[in-house]
Write a new protein. Structure first.
Length: 187
């Protein structure tokens, strides 16, 4: 991958992470799309995990300490449930790595749906296991997932729209400007 392409990929991720600061419906965010995008386009898979998670962390810092500062005493580094949120994000990267070895419209859409499901399952399991709102029983788990269904629609919509924008824009850029390439041509 040439430096120009690397900087473009980083720019797309930063742009999407900063989009979290815009007013939006609950869970209508680009985090799943960022994880899939990084998994698909970083050649070095450690960066496919590190860069999107760093973008999530930095945007969390901005959100928690600027937009939601009134909910915290002092500077908020991480919030409750972060292990499940970041864990689901890491799982989406791994999922994207295997699914998106070849970029097609169907795979990107499938990735967005899969990312939404992974986030829903993992993050709400975290709510159930760590929150006193639900009893630690099958009934409590079902109640937790049931209460989360209205938020799933926004997660799915955000992942579908942001994946379309990120992947579509980057692939259009690669088509329009052939110097934006992922693998250096062999000599």
């Amino acid at each position: 991958m040439n430096k120009k392409t690397l900087y473009i990929i980083l720019g797309f991720i930063v742009f999407a992470a900063l989009a979290r600061l815009l007013p939006h419906a609950y869970n209508f965010t680009p985090i799943g799309a960022i994880a899939l995008f990084g998994a698909a386009y970083f050649e070095d898979k450690k960066w496919a995990l590190i860069v999107p998670i760093a973008a999530l962390f930095m945007s969390d810092l901005l959100l928690n300490n600027i937009m939601y500062a009134s909910y915290y005493e002092g500077f908020a580094w991480l919030t409750g449930g972060f292990l499940y949120i970041y864990g689901s994000f890491a799982l989406v990267v791994v999922f994207g790595y295997y699914l998106l070895k070849k970029i097609t419209v169907g795979r990107v859409l499938g990735g967005a749906i899969g990312a939404s499901l992974i986030f829903f399952i993992v993050s709400n399991f975290g709510v159930w296991i760590s929150s006193p709102m639900y009893p630690l029983s099958i009934e409590g788990l079902i109640a937790c997932y049931t209460a989360a269904i209205p938020f799933f629609h926004n997660t799915l919509a955000g992942n579908l729209i942001y994946s379309t924008v990120l992947f579509g824009s980057f692939e259009w850029l690669r088509y329009k400007y052939p110097s934006v390439k992922l693998v250096e041509a062999e000599s």
